[in-house]
Design a protein around this ligand. Structure first.
Ligand code: BTN
Length: 319
């Protein structure tokens, strides 16, 4: 935990802090502090060293890994927080500790080297530019209702963004869209034993300051970020807190209502991308051209083809 202690200290300080003060608070030797500062520098955090006054963190001061769970107003979520500067995938980290972890454990990283998306795709996760986090959930709800958690998560992310004036839409089942570009996604992984869910890993990725050059050429037309689409830079840590609090409230009602989405389904429909329009949808049976009608309360997408109303349980809407 040593780098986290020093890091927290530097994040909270508005002025440079002396090695002596850090040593007093962390009970580390000056040599150990120096080692950790070097580690943080190597990870991409610029820490300036002033001969007289000490250390100061330059960029990115607005870092989600500085989240302090004590400042969050939550009941279930983020009661335990694990922060990483770099990791392969926060979903992988969550899976590896899920059995013994407490409900709501949050794992957040500044960078993922192997961020995972839906359908075996990669999630581009450059350092300092996005939100990459996973939550370990252990709901006592029938397994069949649990896929709805991704719908719930999408609505919570979208509401948090809309509060900041970022007019995102939701593309079924859980893509966060801005100007027809995907800026966020949710990878939920359900682990079941018999009829019981052991845990659900809810992984959320949001491109905040990601630039076009960060995406490989094949994604340049379909992927974007808040910054690339609006020119706005927003505080990643404030956004993270807002999403976690929104999710906590929605998750509490989901548990209380035995896995019913309730108003969340209506909210999803109000923010739906291309509702009432014809789109291409891939399902297990191939590609079909259908009109999006609405999301049903059970998370199923209703579409129409001619006069026929169809239910889509799994699949993807193509861009
Ligand atoms: C999608 O393809 O739409 C889902 C993307 C999910 C990405 C997030 S980033 C944090 C978490 N860790 C991962 O490896 N994936 C999810």
């Amino acid at each position: 935990m040593t780098w986290q202690q020093i890091f927290r200290f530097l994040v909270d300080a508005s002025e440079p802090v002396s090695g002596e003060l850090i040593a007093q608070h962390t009970h580390l030797t000056r040599a150990a502090i120096w080692k950790q500062i070097n580690f943080l520098n190597k990870q991409g955090f610029e820490i300036e060293r002033f001969r007289k006054s000490g250390y100061k963190l330059k960029f990115p001061v607005d870092t989600p890994v500085a989240i302090n769970h004590k400042t969050l107003k939550t009941k279930h979520l983020a009661t335990e927080v694990i922060t990483k500067i770099t990791t392969d995938s926060t979903n992988n980290d969550a899976i590896s500790i899920a059995e013994s972890a407490i409900e709501g454990t949050l794992i957040i990283a500044e960078n993922q080297t192997n961020g995972r998306g839906r359908r075996g795709r990669n999630w581009i996760s450059p350092f300092g530019k996005g939100l990459y986090f996973s939550l370990i959930l252990k709901p006592s709800i029938s397994v069949v209702k649990l896929p709805k958690l991704t719908i719930l998560a999408g609505v919570c992310v979208a509401k948090s963004l809309r509060r900041l004036g970022i007019d995102v839409l939701l593309k079924w089942p859980n893509d966060i869209m801005l100007n027809n570009k995907k800026i966020g996604g949710i990878l939920s992984e359900l682990f079941v034993e018999g009829e019981e869910a052991r845990y659900v890993i809810l992984g959320i990725g949001l491109n905040v300051h990601t630039e076009n050059a960060d995406f490989p050429p094949e994604l340049s037309d379909i992927a974007g970020s808040i910054y690339s689409e609006t020119g706005k830079s927003c505080s990643r840590i404030d956004l993270l807190k807002s999403i976690i609090e929104e999710l906590d409230a929605a998750y509490n009602s989901f548990l209380k209502n035995d896995g019913a989405l309730g108003v969340i389904a209506d909210e999803w429909n109000e923010m739906a991308w291309q509702i009432g329009e014809y789109v291409w949808i891939t399902t297990g049976k191939g590609k079909e051209h259908c009109k999006i009608i609405k999301l049903r309360e059970d998370g199923v997408l209703l579409v129409s083809k001619g006069r026929e109303l169809k239910e889509v349980f799994v699949g993807e809407i193509l861009l």
